[in-house]
Ligand binder design. Structure first.
Ligand code: ZN
Ligand code: ZN
Ligand code: FE
Length: 682
């Protein structure tokens, strides 16, 4: 625009993240003498929604959704009193002037007609509690979008929610009223306690106590569940402890399967109609859709799995001053990244870009960030997989705006993301150990068991897992039994009926499969460790078909015997790291009736040892002793816990993800770090 010169190389303005209710407001919420006693929208300058209600910068009340609410004299006084805790608080409100809550029946509402309120205010919350105690499903308007909730101790309610949401076995997250209650059901340490009550109020993955009465239907086949405390005053009022009220609630996003979560009241009435029994609504709008943040603790520190509400946008300091670069991220767990100057802004969680709704959400979110940040890219980074919707969108936009589209190889981006979050300056390369589900390589093959000698400027594929066939291509990710059969075929081992994957195929099916493998019909090769996990999970009889991403590997890991020291041997060879000895030994163990927990442990031990062997070999030839562990497989805490001490014990410096996820949620940061580097010709 004429007269509006963009200043390059400057840093971004600050966008305040959402904050959970602070201790002061929480005290006032339950103080009968306070004028905001039991008011579900109490907040102050230190807490409340910010990012999710902000329309544009600077972050003032007038530029948020709160601009539609006037201030009563009492609130007005607090707003302008510099000594008050509520001085210029964006979401400042009270029962007299602020948003209100009500309950309505989930029923078809013809457009424009506001459905009848079954109850309002305190009565609405009480009624919602009563409905939950009866085993019904409630949709509640939370900070970053609607949640669907039900009693976590009621298997009927949970199964009903699964049926309606088309969510077969994927674990649900749970909400508890306080830390004491969490401790009754789950093991947790000080770091985990601090995280649960931190202002971002993330979902923290915790191991359940064997004696817990939480319904197993919440997370079939798993011991580790996502746990959270309420983050809003409304959440605290809803979860208030009482004898007749559930100790824990299942909390899941208000959407069907993997679609984006609903945020507006109208959208909810339309999209959640068949999912909820009643809606607990209010009239404070959500401007930006934002899912919950998900973390684990490893080695006493945060290990992020999804960075979103309360932590978005997330800023990473870059080692150099970058030109403005937009990185559009990957296909699964999509986030995008805007780098400029020494800052990279990582977006909130967008989701799996396999549907049109999510693509639109991605585009709207990019546009929103560009508006509030005044950002315009000089280059657009994308994955090399042209089937990704994000990649296609990036290439089209680059053409339209006549800026370079910069392809960044998937696993190179993973390594660069981890380097960037540690602010490594790129003056020396690292050994990037990328264990991943998928990601297209330079040769068009699906990689995922990679040892890259990499910096921001480029990489060399030094070692990788030897290829094995994926029967039916990418679709095999849903059918671990097929991959198991392919491994047996490659090893020239019998399709013995004592092996569970073999029994999944009728004689005719086996003949077809054998022909397919013999003649290499639609059996593209892969080096993916994620797919290898699928195959061994199937061979061990744990999981033959999956209902959600990485289910086979997660259930296989859950069974591991921590006391088992045995190992399966992977041979590190230049032509490819050989899995034949390891998988043959595993199959023999299965046939000999070795318990699955021992088999799982031996496989994990073998992979950890293989990482050490490969890194040692690379250190001998390159003198590099810095190792980056990245890619989705490193969400496996058992593998991480076995590998890290081996590497450190051998003198390696190990970099783990501490700021962005090891999965594709962190990919965009690496894409930006590499693309900006290339754009500048550093
Ligand atoms: Zn507060
Ligand atoms: Zn007021
Ligand atoms: Fe990946």
């Amino acid at each position: 625009m004429a007269g509006q010169k963009r200043v390059a190389m400057t840093d971004f303005p600050a966008i305040p993240p959402d904050a959970a209710i602070c201790p002061d407001c929480l005290r006032e919420l339950f103080d009968s003498g306070n004028r905001r006693y039991r008011y579900p929208f109490i907040s102050c300058s230190y807490c409340g929604p910010r990012f999710t209600i902000l329309k544009e910068l600077p972050a003032e009340r007038s530029r948020t959704v709160m601009s539609s609410f006037g201030l009563c004299p009492g609130c007005e006084r607090e707003f302008w009193d510099a000594s008050d805790r509520r001085f210029q608080a964006q979401a400042l409100a009270c029962p007299a002037c602020g948003p209100q809550v009500w309950l309505e029946m989930a029923e078809f509402a013809s457009s424009g007609v506001e459905p009848e309120h079954l109850a309002e205010g305190e009565t609405a919350i009480k009624s919602a509690r009563a409905v939950l105690a009866q085993g019904k499903i409630v949709a509640i308007k939370a900070m970053g979008g609607f949640h669907l909730i039900c009693d976590a101790a009621n298997p009927r309610a949970i199964n009903e929610l699964r049926k309606r949401k088309l969510r077969v076995e994927k674990p649900f997250e749970l909400m508890f009223p306080d830390i004491e209650m969490v401790e009754k059901h789950f093991f947790l340490d000080e770091t985990e306690k601090a995280l649960l009550s931190s202002s971002a109020r993330p979902v923290v993955l915790l191991r359940r106590r064997p004696e817990s009465n939480i319904a197993p239907e919440t997370a079939p086949g798993q011991q580790v569940l996502g746990i959270r405390l309420p983050s809003t005053p409304l959440g605290y009022l809803l979860m208030e402890k009482a004898d007749a009220f559930p100790q824990a609630l299942v909390v899941t996003s208000g959407n069907l399967a993997e679609e984006p979560v609903a945020i507006s009241n109208e959208e909810t009435r339309e999209r959640l109609l068949s999912l909820a029994d009643v809606y607990l609504m209010h009239d404070r709008d959500i401007h930006v859709r934002c899912d919950d943040t998900l973390v684990r603790v490893f080695d006493g520190q945060v290990y992020p799995l999804r960075r979103s509400r309360g932590e978005a946008p997330f800023v990473v300091k870059l080692p150099r001053a970058y030109p403005p670069v937009l990185a559009c991220g990957g296909e699964l767990k999509n986030t995008f990244c805007m780098a400029q100057g020494i800052q990279a802004y990582l977006s909130h969680h967008i989701g799996d870009m396999d549907n049109y709704e999510t693509l639109r959400f991605h585009e709207q979110a990019v546009a929103h960030y560009e508006t509030i940040l005044g950002f315009k890219p000089d280059g657009i980074a994308h994955d090399m997989n042209e089937n990704y919707l994000a990649t296609r969108g990036a290439i089209e936009r680059a053409q339209r705006e006549n800026v370079p589209a910069i392809p960044v190889q998937h696993h190179h981006a993973h390594v660069a993301a981890c380097m960037a979050e540690h602010c490594l300056d790129g003056s020396r390369p690292v050994i990037g150990v990328v264990f991943d589900g998928s990601g297209v390589g330079e040769d068009g093959v699906v990689w995922g068991g990679e040892f890259l000698i990499a910096d921001y400027a480029g990489y060399q594929r030094a070692l990788h897992l030897a290829y094995f066939p994926l029967v039916g291509g990418e679709a095999s990710a849903k059918k671990p039994a097929r991959t198991a059969m392919a491994l047996l075929h490659a090893l020239e081992l019998d399709w013995d009926e004592r092996l569970v994957p073999v029994t999944q195929f009728c004689p005719g099916g086996r003949t077809t499969l054998r022909t397919q493998l013999d003649k290499n019909i639609n059996t593209p090769p892969t080096s993916s460790v994620g797919r290898l996990f699928d195959a061994v999970s199937a061979l061990a009889g744990v999981r033959q078909q999956v209902n959600y991403d990485a289910q086979a590997a997660i259930e296989f890991e859950a069974l591991v015997d921590p006391a088992e020291n045995g190992t399966y041997v992977f041979n590190v060879e230049q032509a490819g790291i050989q899995w034949k000895t390891a998988i043959t030994a595993l199959v023999m163990d299965v046939l000999n009736g070795v318990p699955v927990p021992s088999i799982s442990a031996r496989f994990h031990n073998g992979l950890a040892q293989m990482v050490l062997d490969a890194c040692r070999q690379l250190r001998r030839t390159t003198n590099i002793a810095e190792v980056v562990l990245t890619g989705g497989v490193w969400q496996n805490m058992t593998l991480l816990g076995k590998t890290v001490p081996l590497l450190r014990g051998d003198g390696f410096t190990v970099y783990l993800h501490r700021k962005v996820p090891p999965n594709d949620g962190g990919l965009a940061l690496g894409q930006a770090a590499v693309a900006g580097w290339k754009l500048k010709g550093w």
